[in-house]
Design a protein around this ligand. Structure first.
Ligand code: NOJ
Length: 596
């Protein structure tokens, strides 16, 4: 029986006179009952540089990850996604790949990669590989060959080479910009020493874009996918998937460089994104994945809008998942969150795909930092630096725990970013001299960039570099107080963020929340409370600064350990979330009657 309204207060222990009831709306999403693992998967992102350094070089490595897999397994995630570890000059932290079928010596060897994949599989964890098909490094053999070859050659046709326009060909072929700042075109010097053609790069000048209209490019990437699938990969995260094809003729564009809709310039018209040819490639990749056991998954990293556009790429026979960046971008605002949840489910349900939920990754300030800064809208590529207003750390952490608990109670898949289970925020006072992000370097510091969310993890509170590396080396310095977040301290503390994540992930799986349903509650008296029902679980997020009455139910988990007793008595503290079992599910016949 589904109650249409639930009185506040748990089992009558603490009645709240005069508070209006939580009224249940209609189901916006019904359970998916397929056995496909990726529909409900929780995938943990590992940023290899910053996870664990086994050699003392100051750079995390694959052996370090493998050694810590048992700890990851205790979290209860389905898969790990590894950011690129391939050969690379590291001009964009590995997203500038010079050989897709190798391991950069910084991170280890191919044997180390195999060992990692096999060991993870032994823990029941799939390994998702990050493929970067839009561009490679300017040190990739194919680009070097293109530079050495003549204009118009087959080698140049692997990339977007074009003559300049105007006097002496001194003007780039079109007006496109780099997403890291500055022009999108770089002019080369031909082998005879004369000023030559330009090549296009959506990102840094060291990251030339492939020409996906050339079938030879497709063949290259098919071979790469098979290379990793043959080694047991559980799937792929596809970097800037929506940018792979450029509109024929590459016409000028006067909208936002990243396609963010502006008046007169909708995303759908941006000539560097969302071209129809993507469908053919995605369908071919799906076919390839389906030739392998274990349902390898394809997840599209596409910062595209609106959500309905993303859904096109996860329609049947296309990719399995797409990151939901609209959710990540949403501020600490009840109505905005409710809207994005509703829109996400509507968009993805139309094509029968799961929604994925994500709050943090290596491209944007962590949610513990973002939520400590009221009203500051940050997008991918953005960070907080020493010249910015600084976040309220305690508030950010409380909200981050609440936001995560609430997110993990939503139906669909979820992505976690290493370190969020420790409650980490960014290094928000990192000095400029340490910064390596091309987004910072190409804008002469006008953009803070992403280094602050990529700081090496703290493992042991009283070890050098908080246990990140045996020598205390660390490729980016850790901020003061980092050791206080160390995993060893949190292991011991039942109230830690780490233990909250473990309990939440365990319950999520036990209660089948990932494959569950969704209906919103409304309660006009509590405009800053977001409450949903997923199966027999009520999931409540209090975005306000005061305690609020919970709906009736049996408390399962509260994001604030110190607020648990109050939550069990019917009151949810400020900036907190709680999961409750409905009274009828808890077998409380009296509650059952009262609830209807
Ligand atoms: C998205 C990746 O997540 C980001 O880190 C990278 O800089 C760009 N794509 C370019 O590959």
């Amino acid at each position: 029986m589904t109650p249409s309204s639930i009185e506040p207060g748990v089992s009558g222990t603490k009645q709240v006179p005069g508070t209006s009831p939580y009224t249940l709306g209609k189901e916006l999403h019904t359970p998916s009952d397929t056995g496909q693992w990726w529909r409900r998967a929780v995938i943990y992102q590992i940023y290899p540089r910053s996870f664990k350094d086994s050699t003392g070089s100051g750079m995390g490595d694959l052996a370090g990850i493998t050694a810590e897999l048992p700890k990851i397994a205790t979290l209860g995630v389905d898969a790990i996604w590894l950011s690129p570890f391939f050969d690379s000059p590291q001009r964009d932290a590995g997203y500038d790949v010079s050989d897709y079928r190798s391991v950069d010596p910084l991170f280890g060897t191919l044997d180390d990669a195999q060992n990692l994949i096999d060991t993870a599989a032994g823990h029941g964890i799939k390994t998702i590989i990050d493929i970067v098909p839009n561009h490679c490094s300017n040190e990739h053999a194919l680009f070097k060959a293109a530079l050495a070859a003549a204009p118009g050659s087959a080698e140049r046709a692997m990339f977007h080479f074009a003559d300049g326009t105007g006097v002496g060909g001194n003007t780039p072929p079109n007006n496109w910009s780099s997403l890291f700042g500055g022009p999108g075109w770089t002019r080369i010097t031909e082998s005879d020493g004369s000023p030559g053609q330009y090549y296009f790069h959506l990102f840094d000048a060291t990251q030339p874009d492939f020409n996906w209209r050339n079938p030879a490019v497709e063949a290259e990437f098919e071979a790469t996918l098979r290379f990793w699938l043959d080694r047991g990969a559980g799937g792929f995260r596809i970097d800037v998937a929506h940018a792979m094809f450029k509109k024929e003729g590459m016409p000028d564009w006067h909208g936002a460089p990243d396609g963010t809709p502006t008046p007169g310039f909708p995303f759908a018209e941006a000539p560097m994104y969302g071209q129809p040819e993507l469908h053919t490639v995605f369908a071919r990749w799906r076919e390839i994945c389906e030739q392998y056991p274990g349902e390898p998954v394809l997840c599209s990293e596409a910062n595209a809008r609106p959500l309905t556009r993303l859904a096109d790429w996860v329609a049947p026979g296309q990719m399995h998942q797409s990151f939901n960046f609209d959710y990540l971008r949403t501020l600490w605002d009840r109505d905005a969150l409710a809207a994005v949840i509703g829109e996400s489910l509507a968009a993805f349900d139309t094509v029968g795909a799961p929604t994925t939920w994500v709050l943090s990754n290596h491209d944007v300030s962590r949610h513990a930092t973002r939520f400590g800064l009221d009203g500051v809208a940050l997008d991918l590529g953005d960070g907080i630096g020493p010249r910015d207003p600084q976040p309220d750390e305690e508030l950010g952490q409380a909200r981050a725990r609440a936001a995560t608990l609430f997110m993990l109670g939503l139906p669909g898949g979820a992505y976690l970013y290493q370190g969020e289970e420790l409650g980490l925020g960014d290094h928000t006072t990192l000095e400029d001299r340490y910064r390596q992000d091309p987004g910072f370097l190409r804008t002469n510091g006008a953009k803070t960039g992403r280094d602050g969310c990529r700081i090496p993890l703290p493992w042991v509170h009283d070890a050098p570099a908080a246990g990140f590396s045996p020598t205390g080396e660390s490729w980016l310095p850790q901020p003061a107080g980092w050791a206080g977040f160390s995993r060893d301290l949190q292991e011991e503390d039942p109230a830690s963020t780490l233990n909250l994540y473990r309990r939440a992930l365990g319950l999520r799986s036990e209660l089948g929340l990932g494959l569950g349903s969704l209906a919103f509650y409304t309660n006009p008296a509590l405009p800053e409370v977001l409450a949903i029902r997923n199966g027999d679980t009520v999931n409540v997020l209090n975005l306000s600064g005061t305690a609020v009455p919970l709906p009736r139910g049996e408390l399962l988990l509260c994001s604030d350990a110190a607020g648990t007793a109050d939550a069990a008595a019917g009151w949810l503290g400020p900036n907190s979330a709680a999961w409750l079992r409905t009274l009828e599910a808890a077998g409380d016949a009296a509650g059952d009657e009262e609830n209807v």
